[in-house]
Design a protein around this ligand. Sequence first.
Ligand code: FDA
Length: 514
Amino acid sequence: AFSLTPQKNDFLECLTDQFESSYSVIYTPNNASYASIFQPDNLRPASTSPYKPLLILTPFYESEIQAAIYCSNKLGIQIRVRSGGHDYEGLSYTCENPFVVVDMRNFRSISIDSEEKTAWVQVGATLGQLYYALAQKSRTLAFTAGVCPTVGVGGHFSGGGYGMMSRKHALAADHIIDAILINANGQVLDRKSMGEDLFWAIRGGGGTSFGIILAFKVDLVTVPETVTIFNISRTLEQNATQVVHRWQYIADKIDENLFIRIFMISVSSPTNYRNRTIAASFESLFLGRTHDLLPLMQEKFPQLGLVEKDCLEMSWIESVLFFAGLHNQPLDALLSRTPQASFTQNYFKGKSDYVRQPIPMHALRRIWGFLNEEAENMAELQFSPYGGVLNSFSESETPFPHRSGNIFMIHYVVRWDREGNAESERYINLIRRIYSYMAPYVTKSPRAAYVNYRDLDIGMNNQGNNNTSYEQASVWGFKYFKNNFDRLVRVKSQTDPLNIFRNEQSIPPLPEST
Ligand code: FDA
C-alpha cells in the first residue's frame, strides 16, 4: 500500500529544491486548475486508474524536465509523459502506481524554413497547429501525418504517424531528420549526440521508452495548389459489400496520389435509434484535379460509380479541415486543443490489424452483423490503404515494420458515452469478439498491430517493481515492431538500463544491462 501524501510532498519538495519559478508550472490536487489541466482524453482508462497524478508539471524549460527526471530517479516515482494526451490506453496520464505527469503542452513552438522545406516542431504542438502554421506560409507546403488535429506531435511522430497522404509521402516518422531528447541521466541530446541507434528508435518505436523528447526536425512535403476530395456512402442496397470487396484489389496498387479509405459503419437515425443504416463510406484525397481523377477511377475502380458532382476541389489545408470534420470552418479551428464533440466526454477502445490477402465476401457480411448489434452508440471499422511509397521502405529502416505486402490496416473502434461497468463491458466485449472473428483474415505470427493504436489486450509488462522479462514483452513487442523489437531492446538496454522510462508497453532493458 502506498501513502499518497508523503510521496506527493516528497516529489514536490524535490522539484522545488531543484528550481524556483515565478510562474505556475506545478499543479497538485490542491490547485483549483488541477482538474482542467489533468482533463483525460479517453475517459475509459481514466475511470479505472487507481491513481491520479501526484502532480502535473507543465515545463517551459529543459531544466524543469531535468529536475523531474532527477526526482524520479531519486524517489523511484514514475514519470508519465504527455504531449497531446491521445494515447488509446491513457498511458500518458494513468498508472498502476503513484506517479507524476510531465505535460509538454508548453513546448509547442513551430519554426518553419520555407526555403529549406523543413520545420522544427516541439512535441506539445498538435497536428492542427502544425498544419495551420504551414498554411500561413504557403498553399503548397504541407506535412504527412494524422487526420485528427488535436493529436500531439510527441506521441504521434514517435509512433509512426499515418494519414491521408501516406501512400504518397509515407509517415510522419519517415520525415524526421533531427530530434532533441532528454535521456535518463538528464542529458540533452540531438541526433548527433544521441547516435544513430537511439535516433532510429524514436522514429516509430514510441517515445516512451527512451527519454523525454522535446522536438523533432522534419522534412516537409510539397502538394499541388488544388487537390480533390470525395466522401460517398454506399448502403447494402447499393452493393456496399461488393464495392468494399473490390476495393481490396486496388486500394494499395492504384496511383499513389490517390488515397481512398473506408469506414464500415452502422448509424442509427436521430429520431429512432432502432432504425439503422449500414453503410460503407469511401473517403478520399487525390493530389490532383477532378479531371484527372475521374478517368483514373473509371479505369481502376468503376464499381464505386464516382461522378463529377461527388468531387470537390480545394487547397490541401481545406482538405485537412474537411477530413477533420471542420468543413467550411475558419482555419483557426485547427488551433483548438480540445477534441471535437464526438471525441469528448467519451469512452473508447481501439484495436488494429493488417490485411495482406483480400477478406472474402462472407466475412465482410459478418462484419455488418457485428456492427448492427449496437443500438445506441458507435462501432466502426476503418480500412486504411497501404502500398505506394510505403512499399519502398524496408521493414527495418525504421521501427515501424508495416511496409510492403500490406493491402490495408484495419482500425476497430467502439465509443460510448456513459459511465458504468456494464456499458464498458458490453462495448469492449463487442470489439474483442469482432477482433477474434477476424483472426483468419489478417496477419499471423505475429498478428501485427500499430503502436499508435495502442491496445493492452495484446500483452502487457509487469507493473510496479517486478521486472518484465524480454519473453513477456515479446508477446506485444513483435506485434508492433516485428524483428525490430530486438533492436529496440538493445537500444533501451544502452540508453535506459535502469528502466526509468517505463509503462505497460515500454521496451524492457535486458537484465544484464543493469
Ligand atoms: P500522448 O501524449 O498520450 O502520448 C502517447 C504516448 O507517447 C504515451 O505513451 C506517452 O507517454 C508517449 N509520449 C508522448 N509524448 C512524449 C514525449 N515528448 N517524449 C516521450 N514520450 C512521449 N494515429 C495515426 O497514425 N493517424 C491518425 O489519423 C490518428 N488519428 C487519431 C485520432 C484520435 C481522435 C485519436 C485519439 C488518436 C489518433 N491517432 C492517429 C493515434 C495517435 O497517433 C496516438 O494516440 C498518438 O500516440 C498520440 O500522441 P499524443 O502526443 O497525442 O498522445
